[in-house]
Design a protein around this ligand. Sequence first.
Ligand code: FAD
Length: 473
Amino acid sequence: MAQEYDLVILGGGTGGYVAAIRASQLGLKTAIVEKGKLGGTCLHNGCIPSKALLRSAEVYATTKKSEKFGIFASDVTFDFGKVQERKEAIVSQLHKGVQHLMKQGKIDVYEGTGRILGPSIFSPMPGTISVEMNNGDDNEMLIPKNVIVATGSRPRSLPGLEIDGEMVLSSDEALRLQSLPSSIIIVGGGVIGMEWASLLADFGVEVTVLEYAPRIIPTEDHEVSREMQRLMKKRGVKVVTGAKVLPETLSKDEGAAISAEVKGTDKEYKADKILVSVGRQANVEGFGIENTEIEIEKGFIAVNEFFQTKESHIYAIGDVIGGLQLAHVASHEGIIAVEHIAGKNPQPIDYTLVSKCIYSSPEAASVGLTEEEAKALGHKVKTGKFSFRAIGKALVFGESDGFVKIVADEETNDLLGVHMIGPHVTDMISEAGLAKVLDATPWEIAHTIHPHPTLSEAIGEAALAVDGRALHS
Ligand code: FAD
């Protein structure tokens, strides 16, 4: 017999499961349909496993350099199998946590593939959902008043450079490697590419990054991007920018070889494996989109500011709608969609207030406009920059590369953007995020007394530097 729900969510990733929790808090009878595992990409193929590997790589690299701390650890080695086991244990613990949260919220979880069948006389808008159960049981029929599509995304490839899971990998396969290659070519120097470059280099893999744009992490502030490139090169990562990879030249005879056009000349690169990290493609198929009026724009589901699709009872959130494909964005979008369904008049998201992080070594983090974006929007810009070299805690950590940069409007003194590269900046960016949300000025940040000695002093000093008042530069 068909089950009725106030809300059915297709996809139990970070967007979907957080939306389900908020719906349960608001008293909506909710079901979630997940064909893989609750937690989705972030928990099983993204944020968490990649950070677990990054942490092991960082511990290994730091231990190898421990002499500078006066610690002598001879014959430092690693067991990649154990590194993977630790990663799996963390993922498994968090997976159980999400399952528990679903039970606690009395959210029905259907393990299978959900498909919108469209409206009928028995089930008007938005129509029945059929679930093809993973365990082979008969299809379940769900009759929802509202639907949220949170089907996420999958790795994109370049035509001709197809993922084979052996020699040409996406981040999904890379996360499950049981042993490390001795060399790798990473196609794409964006966030995922730089995280992989960092962790593989820390483990001693010879890394070459081929980036099409003139600079790596091209959406970040140009100074952060330049510093990242400098520090990666210092660690032995070969970074080639302006490199147009030529998929038709791929050969897999003795390891992988591929050519790229760099400054008008074709150059060949060789390695054991190739990792393709050129973005993510939305999962817009396989859930019955053809039975709906949902529109697709540039490969993503089109939505309004409350995440309603062309069919107002069907919402879409997270990676499947594009924009900032980040876990914290997906979950916040889910919350707004649910609050809209529940008639709570939520505030639309201001995407300029979203913090973005890169968990490589060094880390990078930012919120708001880059200097270039601010200028392009017509702001008369002033900036303040402060290096971690003059921060006591950074020297204590033995990690003094990088800086904090603040972009402000010269005429209004408005805080436009904050950009950081260096130790633990992904944990520091939230101060800047809060400052943006509260519309604070650099003056107000500077007059927030930052405790000494902390890395956050660099934020206070950068804010002072906006008006030429930095104390320790
Ligand atoms: P997903 O997490 O992809 O979940 C979608 C779910 O829907 C999947 O579980 C899928 O099985 C299910 N599904 C699809 N179709 C159906 C169907 N028809 N029926 C039932 N179920 C279906 N973001 C960060 O913020 N921080 C990070 O550090 C970070 N690191 C990343 C590292 C990597 C290597 C990758 C690949 C991504 C990373 N991301 C990170 C991005 C982040 O993982 C995504 O933005 C986030 O997972 C998007 O959540 P979502 O709910 O939209 O989709």
